[in-house]
Design a protein around this ligand. Structure first.
Ligand SMILES: C[S@@+](CC[C@H](N)C(=O)[O-])C[C@H]1O[C@@H](n2cnc3c(N)ncnc32)[C@H](O)[C@@H]1O
Length: 249
């Protein structure tokens, strides 16, 4: 018998969402980011948050923008809100993102954005004094297995003395759906906040990927064997800004 349901087509659902928001003049409610977790949990958020102007950035983000120095790589730049804020302060920043739609929007907004990922940066992109993982992009560490490789790849893009500045979020909380998901992760030997998810939009979805919510202690454990060392941390409730520097040895 013919199946009556089918899976969404694989595509750049995140980039399409940014493009819709941008094309609608960044009107509130014009485009929603829809994420699906592998236990079926769906969440939505107005894509407008990816266009936040400098003055409305959170305190943690503003601190990150202030600390960034030298040649800066905004890893996972999205629509380029942090890159634009940095440019407004006269800083030299390149955006990097694997989403063609995101890169297109960021470029249209005036960001020098390039298509690529941490694992596959564009040839000749060079090295940087500051690497940014903002908008919760410490999540790109993925999990305990992938993180050492990701941290090494980031180090390969870093100049001596470089800073790695990222925002993250402690997944602990009282929501029973999230608590059950974290328990399931523990049983499966995954980090509690290791979220298997995909972004959806229309009939299109991204591939499934792991995105990591982790607390500062968990981040500390991932950093120990890596080329990165703590500089400082700024905490605001469950959210935090981690500032690391490249180990000189
Ligand atoms: C949560 S969004 C944050 C966007 C932006 N930093 C902001 O705060 O507005 C995550 C971004 O990381 C990008 N991304 C996903 N995997 C990546 C990878 N391996 N390397 C670089 N960027 C990645 C996504 O395409 C997306 O634009």
């Amino acid at each position: 018998m013919e199946p009556t349901t089918s899976e969404p087509r694989i595509g750049d659902a995140f980039g399409r969402t940014l493009q819709r928001c941008w094309a609608a003049g960044m009107a509130p409610g014009a485009a929603f980011e829809i994420t699906e977790r592998d236990d079926g949990y769906i969440s939505t958020a107005d894509a407008l948050r990816y266009f936040t102007p400098l003055d409305d950035l959170s305190d943690l983000d503003q601190t990150a923008v202030a600390l960034a120095r030298g040649r800066i790589l905004d890893v996972g730049t999205g629509a380029g809100r942090h890159a634009l804020a940095l440019q407004q302060q006269g800083k030299d920043v390149v955006g990097l993102d694997p989403s063609p739609g995101a890169v297109e929007v960021a470029c249209q907004r005036g960001v020098a954005a390039e298509l690529g990922s941490i694992a596959h940066p564009p040839e000749g992109i060079g090295t940087f004094d500051t690497l940014l993982l903002l908008g919760n992009n410490l999540g790109l560490l993925q999990g305990a297995q992938a993180a050492p490789g990701v941290l090494r790849q980031l180090a390969s893009l870093a100049r001596p003395g470089a800073l790695l500045i990222g925002t993250g979020m402690d997944p602990a909380g009282s929501d029973p759906d999230h608590a059950a998901y974290q328990d399931r992760n523990r049983i499966r030997g995954r980090m509690p906040g290791q979220i298997r998810m995909r972004v959806r939009g229309g009939a299109v979805a991204t591939e499934w990927f792991d995105y990591l919510l982790l607390n500062p202690h968990e981040l500390d454990r991932l950093i120990q064997p890596s080329p990165w060392r703590w500089e400082t941390i700024h905490e605001q409730g469950p959210k935090y800004l981690a500032v690391l520097h490249l180990n000189p040895s």
